[in-house]
Design a protein around this ligand. Structure first.
Ligand code: PLP
Length: 365
């Protein structure tokens, strides 16, 4: 199988696997005061230091969670209390479902947030919490989060940045961005599933937990932390780096798709190097995903979390793509993608496009 669905979950990096296996045999709860507990705690605090340094935060400002979804939910719960919430139209459901009554920040045809509109929304009724992702999971579109953070700070608003897809694939400096919180997730950067983190700016002093439990994470997230997943998370993060080589592979895929009549969604904006979202006019996204799957190529239609449903992508709809919103697949190259993967995809994509186009013509006749 050619796995080209990294934005759903990256393949585990060998460094992360080794760290998980080493930590899984550690006996002890990081909260226990005895030597075994202290040894477990050391692993956790080492991981915290590695991750904080990697993403530009102080170790004490990093709260471990079970993943990106929980980190987003914690941010909205803790920072959104008593504030009006404004959510960018292309946010992941992890954010949208945690703020169902939020006002919507519109995007342009490439999926880039409209900061003039944000300024108007913020002038309206402060105080607010704004949620703007760093990179989109479907299109890879990169948002102007530093400019949004400056705007929010001018208006006394808070900014939460979902950096789940960006972390490990582009430069992510939490304090440099100037946001109030930022979500990251282990399995999106080659670590194991089951760990994530919320980075919280030093000027956010009170963080009400979503899960109070036994007061772990300095009262900000209760529950015994998933030590092996956390150790693997840090090991993976520390070996993430340059993704520019993936851009050449992505561009090769796009030129094949364009030659077949495909449309690159969000292609006019700065994007993650590993991601492309390709619409094939008139052909349903699920038909494309199934045809490629039968040929041994794993891609997805819209967000992985909703790939079981055959609904149009809310991201592409917000970009004004109309019917194309239900006709696009996402190809997201994993960290270990190779030219062979691109050749296999290109061959199968051409066959698939020809076959589905023919089916369209014979149905119309
Ligand atoms: N935010 C974004 C942008 C995502 O793409 C995802 C998962 O696809 C999440 C949040 C949820 O992260 P997790 O799977 O770690 O809960």
């Amino acid at each position: 199988m050619r796995y080209l669905d990294a934005n759903a979950s990256e393949p585990l990096r060998p460094e992360a696997r080794a760290a998980v296996l080493a930590a899984i045999d550690v006996v002890g709860n990081p909260s226990s005061v005895h030597a075994a507990g202290r040894a477990a705690r050391r692993i956790m605090e080492d991981a915290r230091e590695v991750l904080a340094a990697r993403f530009g935060a102080r170790p004490e400002d990093l709260v471990f969670t079970s993943g990106g979804t929980e980190a987003d939910a914690l941010a909205i719960h803790a920072l959104g209390a008593g504030r009006r919430i404004i959510v960018c139209a292309t946010e992941h459901d992890a954010v949208r479902s945690a703020a169902p009554d939020a006002a919507t920040l519109p995007v342009d045809g490439n999926g880039v947030a409209n900061l003039d509109a944000l300024g108007r929304l913020l002038a309206d009724q402060p105080p607010a919490l704004v949620c703007l992702m760093l990179a989109n999971n479907e299109t890879g579109t990169i948002q102007p989060v530093a400019a949004a953070a400056a705007l929010c700070r001018r208006h006394g608003a808070l900014l939460h940045v979902d950096a789940v897809q960006a972390a490990g694939r582009m430069d992510v400096g939490f304090s440099a961005v100037g946001a109030h919180s930022m979500a990251i997730s282990s399995h999106k950067l080659g670590g194991p599933i089951g760990a994530g983190a919320l980075l919280i700016a030093p000027d956010v002093t009170a963080v009400a937990p979503l899960i109070a439990g036994g007061g772990q994470e300095r009262g900000r997230r209760g529950g015994t932390p998933a030590l092996p997943a956390i150790a693997g998370f840090a090991a993976a993060a520390s070996v993430t780096g340059e993704t520019a080589p993936l851009a050449a592979l992505r561009d090769a895929i796009e030129s094949v798709a364009l030659a077949e009549g495909g449309v690159i969604c969000g292609g006019g904006a700065p994007r993650l190097a590993n991601t492309t979202c390709i619409a094939l006019p008139g052909v349903r996204a699920d038909a494309q995903v199934i045809a490629l799957d039968l040929a041994g190529i794993a891609v997805s239609a819209g967000a992985a979390c909703s790939s079981g449903k055959v609904t149009a992508s809310h991201v592409l709809a917000a970009m004004g793509l109309g019917a194309l919103a239900g006709q696009a697949i996402r190809v997201s190259l994993p960290w270990n993608a190779e030219q062979d993967d691109v050749s296999a995809f290109s061959y199968e994509y051409r066959r698939m496009a020809a076959r589905l186009r023919e089916a369209l013509v014979s149905r119309a006749a």
